[in-house]
Design a protein around this ligand. Structure first.
Ligand code: SME
Length: 146
């Protein structure tokens, strides 16, 4: 992980302990210029994802069934997905015409899939391996406290 991301991860540990998930979303949104929407979906009834904290514009996709859209695919596959160009994604659920790329990272609590971090960017190809590493570390951090 690069030094900036290490510092951000350290900062987020404190934010998570003291202020909770809402502030984690805000801190990511504020610190990463290419993160134009940041949200966390929680698994409900083992079959759908329900949006809880988020930063950015309101979305109509507050509930997503497993298997639907990129978020629903991550719920089925259990692995991070990066979409470089959402226009080329058949199953994409659009929240805003401005969004061009997306990363969705699963969160596990004691090996059980419980939630997802979802980030949209208004820039194409916005998410790199570095974002994936940072966000997977944050997912582990969140999974250990929820
Ligand atoms: N694009 C997502 C839906 C959630 S919004 O990005 C907030 C998807 O295809 O699952």
């Amino acid at each position: 992980m690069n030094e900036d991301d290490q510092n951000l991860l350290e900062k987020l540990k404190g934010v998570l302990e003291e202020d909770g998930l809402d502030e984690v979303c805000r801190t990511l949104y504020d610190n990463k210029e290419h993160y134009d929407w940041v949200g966390i979906y929680f698994v409900e009834d083992g079959e759908k994802l329900v949006l809880e904290p988020f930063k950015g514009k309101k979305t109509i996709h507050t509930e997503i069934p497993f298997g639907s859209g990129v978020c629903g695919r991550v719920a089925m596959e259990g692995k991070t997905i990066i979409v470089d160009d959402v226009c080329k994604e058949n199953e994409y659920l659009s929240c805003s015409p401005h969004v061009k790329s997306e990363i969705v990272v699963p969160i596990y609590k004691e090996n059980e899939f419980v939630a997802e971090i979802d980030i949209d960017s208004n820039t194409e190809n916005a998410f790199s391996e570095e974002d994936k590493i940072l966000l997977e570390n944050i997912a582990v951090m969140i999974g250990s406290v929820i």
